[in-house]
Design a protein around this ligand. Structure first.
Ligand SMILES: Cc1cc2nc3c(=O)[nH]c(=O)nc-3n(C[C@H](O)[C@H](O)[C@H](O)COP(=O)(O)OP(=O)(O)OC[C@H]3O[C@@H](n4cnc5c(N)ncnc54)[C@H](O)[C@@H]3O)c2cc1C
Length: 552
């Protein structure tokens, strides 16, 4: 394979054009229309990422007069079982209402009642923060706005490696996943917004890409940041969702907050009709699952309202799915099932460490959305921190404009490496089979119930996979090659997760970090963050602890 290269210069480079990245690009142009903003997007920015196209709620909005940022910090602190940095979450909640108003001014539809009140739903331990949105075109609205502001988008370009010069991040190297051409972006500052690790555990439906989160998110941002020397945290929070069986599509907030009932397999109504995902996963494991959602008692108008949201904003494919299964909400129930395990900052607590300025521990590198840790920030976190990252990255870029010089260091090594891999034409295993095995072993050894033996086995297997992917996998064309790069990132994420899980010698967050050899929660010793950083060699994972940040 011949790897041609092109060079581009930017004030701000954004890696990942999903919710956080699109918002960051727009904000960067708003604060300085003259600056050059470049986006690397692995898919196509019109439809890529968690939003895909539409979404039904902004999960955290502190509406003045209804709730406060203070209450949100208290409420989310309970949901995170104390392991939440207060200032980061406070800032998100503080900016959530202006952010919602801004989206509204762009034409995003937030329904109101006759008195002009927004529809607010309770999904947090305290306070109604979940604000209904009915916008089937959310992602396209963002993408069009960004194009109108003359941001330069490189679709189908996967960020591979950050450029670090004298301890400062100064751009990144990407590769076009269709042509194999390198795109080298020399930048004043870089924002990582490439999502979490959606392809981590295997889903029950047996499809590598049939996951809950966006399947193009393979932990690339975690891997790039780690390899460049940034600190990461929360990798022991191995999360799964509880959602529509087989299709793994969302519906809980849409149905349960609108009067649907939740039943066990034995037809017992759960007392709490809207428990947390964490407790639904636990309920399922108590052998009373699968849980089911029932709506036949609801008036026709309410069922139609739910169908209207599910079959438009939350993806038309749901309508086809239920028709195919013969499920009509007026007569039949919806079966729920746990999804695969995955790593994510927005739903979970895994990510690149960031402060209230979206700054990582590396100068010039900012992070926003699911790739960063703004615990359980969801879409609101991605949007608000996308904006904050853009403001801060713009400031940084003003002081450090991109250098017009050849290079960067490492490009030739990267090319040599990829050429060598491309020569693996006769490998005995296809990359799909290899990915299946990696993720099967992640399911066996990294995800709960955990114990020291299993986690050590995980580390042994992942080391072995890191070698075997360079020896045994068949690479026929660029498509195989970029999948290999994705799977390498999944393997690294598994190592980070197993290392953090071994370190946290307690159980926390329900099943999600359940250590059978340390079954109790231990606030006395473990109410602190586990931080991960690259050591002297690329293989070494260094661990230290950090106290929870409190409001001053
Ligand atoms: C099914 C589902 C439903 C949800 N519903 C809600 C809801 O109703 N309300 C709510 O508040 N939150 C919701 N969330 C959560 C919310 O959508 C996410 O937290 C948020 O969208 C994350 O934004 P992001 O930019 O970090 O990730 P994404 O939007 O996933 O964007 C990541 C982007 O990075 C790109 N990328 C990945 N790797 C690379 C690479 N190496 N180089 C270049 N690009 C790369 C991907 O292609 C993708 O476009 C939902 C999430 C899911 C999965």
């Amino acid at each position: 394979m011949e790897f041609r290269e092109s060079h581009v210069y930017a004030d701000v480079l954004i890696i990942g054009g999903g919710s956080a990245g699109a918002m960051a690009a727009i904000r960067a142009k708003e604060v300085d229309p003259a600056q050059k903003v470049v986006v690397f997007e692995k898919g196509h920015i019109l439809y890529s990422g968690c939003i895909a196209r539409g979404m039904d709620a902004l999960n955290i909005v502190a509406v003045p007069g209804k709730t406060t940022p203070e209450l949100y910090v208290e409420s989310n602190g309970i949901a995170c079982e104390g392991l939440m940095d207060e200032p980061v979450n406070y800032r998100m909640a503080e900016r959530s209402y202006p952010l919602m108003k801004k989206l509204e001014s762009w034409g995003v539809f937030f329904p109101k009642d006759n008195e002009g009140n927004y529809e607010l739903l309770q999904v947090h331990p305290k306070g109604k923060f979940c604000l209904s949105m009915k916008e089937p075109e959310l992602k396209t609205i963002l993408a069009k706005r960004l194009s109108g502001l003359s941001c330069q988008v490189f679709n189908r370009v996967m960020g591979l490696q950050l450029i670090v010069k004298e301890g400062r991040v100064a751009g990144a190297i990407g590769i076009n996943i269709h042509t194999g051409e390198f795109v080298v972006c020399h930048a004043g500052s870089v924002i990582l917004s490439s999502g979490g690790t959606a392809r981590f555990g295997l889903p029950n439906n047996g499809y590598l890409y049939g996951v809950y989160d966006f399947p193009g998110n393979t932990g690339d941002g975690y891997a790039m940041a780690f390899r460049a020397g940034a600190e990461l945290t929360g990798f022991e929070y191995t999360l799964n969702y509880y959602i529509i069986k087989d299709i793994n599509a969302p519906l809980l907030y849409i149905t349960l907050t609108r009067g649907a009932n939740l039943l066990t397999a034995m037809d017992v109504h759960l007392e709490n009709n809207h428990p947390s995902i964490k407790s639904m996963v636990l309920e399922h494991r108590k052998d009373v699952g699968p849980l089911r959602i029932r709506m036949k008692h609801l008036p026709e108008a309410r069922i139609r309202e739910i169908e209207d949201i599910l079959f438009t904003t939350e993806r038309p494919v749901q309508q086809r799915f239920f028709e195919g299964r013969g499920v009509n909400f007026r007569t039949g129930d919806i079966e729920l099932w746990p999804t695969e395990f995955y790593l994510c900052g927005g739903h979970g607590m895994t990510g690149i460490f960031v402060d209230e300025k979206a700054a990582t521990t590396l100068p010039g590198l900012y992070a926003a959305g699911d790739v960063s840790l703004v615990a359980r920030g969801h879409l609101s976190g991605a949007f608000v921190y996308g904006e904050i990252a853009a403001e801060e990255a713009t400031e940084h870029a003003r002081k450090h404009p991109p250098a017009k010089e050849p290079g960067p260091q490492g490009l030739e090594d990267l090319k040599k490496d990829l050429r060598q891999r491309s020569a693996q034409k006769d490998g005995e295993v296809s990359i799909e089979e290899f990915e299946y095995k990696v993720r099967r072993l992640i399911g066996d050894y990294v995800t709960p119930p955990k114990n020291a033996y299993k986690l050590n086995q995980a580390l042994w297997w992942m080391d072995r996979f890191q070698k075997e992917i360079r020896e045994k996998v068949r690479i026929r064309h660029i498509h195989d090659l970029f999948k290999v790069l994705e799977v390498e990132n999944i393997i690294l994420c598994a190592k980070l997760s197993a290392s953090a899980s071994l370190e946290r010698k307690e159980s926390r967050w329900g099943f999600w970090h359940y250590r059978a050899d340390f079954p109790e929660k231990d606030d006395k010793n473990w109410l602190k963050h586990i931080m991960l950083k690259k050591g002297e060699t690329p293989e070494e994972i260094r661990i230290h602890h950090r106290p929870v940040a409190k409001m001053q």
